[in-house]
Ligand binder design. Structure first.
Ligand SMILES: C[S@@+](CC[C@H](N)C(=O)[O-])C[C@H]1O[C@@H](n2cnc3c(N)ncnc32)[C@H](O)[C@@H]1O
Length: 250
């Protein structure tokens, strides 16, 4: 399995760096209940696959609704956290780079939530992932992606330093956007009683139109676009989108 995106930054780097704080910092960062309700409704009770399953923040609530859930993640540390939270063994997890390998399926639903698709930063990683997704969907399957809309998202990381203060630490987030590639590189620097902890991250940002284009190249057509998991109408000022793709042959 080729895990390298560049010399220093691997596809496991983000997850391994953030796993210890992920559930504290990001548990409520998106609409967990809304995600679980909609994915569960659309699945019809058939197996779903989450790309970048992490600690199971979304996968576990979906599985608790009785939906069989599998998840892929590149980070051993994230999957260790998931296993510790999943005492009932509800989520079947796979350690893999989602640009390189996905379970054979076929799946009624494959989803990639909370901007996780942007974690694919290598040159053709997003394209290769979509090619795999297209191959692993059942004939009536759906691929659902949640991401921010770059032009409307007020927290878009570009270039700069921001700080936040936790009860026992201060965290600086330093970001720089590479103009040519569109990749944003960041470093979270935590200063606490036990010293300094570095947590690097990178994202390759895409507009909704760009996602539609690369999806189409891989045989996926846009069926629906909402601005949230409650299926609210997507407008020109929406700062997030939930996009639903189906096989172009269906
Ligand atoms: C922002 S977290 C989201 C986790 C979970 N989906 C959630 O919403 O809480 C992104 C996850 O994607 C994983 N990830 C990043 N790049 C990946 C890749 N190339 N293949 C598989 N997983 C990847 C990270 O390890 C991390 O667990």
């Amino acid at each position: 399995m080729e895990l390298s995106n560049s010399v220093n930054y691997l596809c496991s780097t983000y997850g391994d760096a953030f796993a210890d704080v992920y559930d504290d910092w990001y548990q409520q960062v998106t609409d967990v209940e809304g995600t679980a309700d909609l994915i569960s409704d659309l699945s019809g009770g058939l197996e779903v696959l989450e790309l970048g399953v992490g600690t199971g923040r979304l996968a576990l609530p979906i599985a608790r609704k009785g939906v069989p859930v599998s998840g892929v993640d590149a980070s051993p540390a994230m999957l260790k956290r998931l296993a510790a939270r999943d005492s009932e063994g509800l989520v079947r997890s796979h350690l893999a780079d989602m640009a390189e390998w996905l379970p054979s399926g076929p799946y009624k639903i494959i989803f990639c939530a909370y901007n996780t698709f942007f974690n694919l930063v290598g040159d053709d990683d997003q394209e290769r992932c979509l090619s795999l997704v297209s191959d692993r969907l059942s004939a009536d399957g759906l691929f659902i992606i949640e991401a921010f809309v770059p032009s409307n998202y007020s927290y878009l990381p570009t270039r700069g330093v921001e700080s936040r203060h936790l009860s026992d630490a201060t965290v600086l987030n330093i970001t720089i956007r590479e103009k040519m590639s569109g990749v944003v590189r960041g470093q979270s620097v935590q200063f606490g009683n036990n010293g300094v902890v570095l947590r690097p991250w990178r994202i390759r940002i895409r507009t909704p139109d760009e996602l539609d284009q690369i999806a189409a190249i891989h045989g996926l057509k846009l069926l629906e676009r909402w601005q949230d998991w409650n299926q609210s109408t997507f407008t020109s000022s929406s700062d997030h989108h939930i996009s639903v793709y189906a096989s172009a042959n269906s």
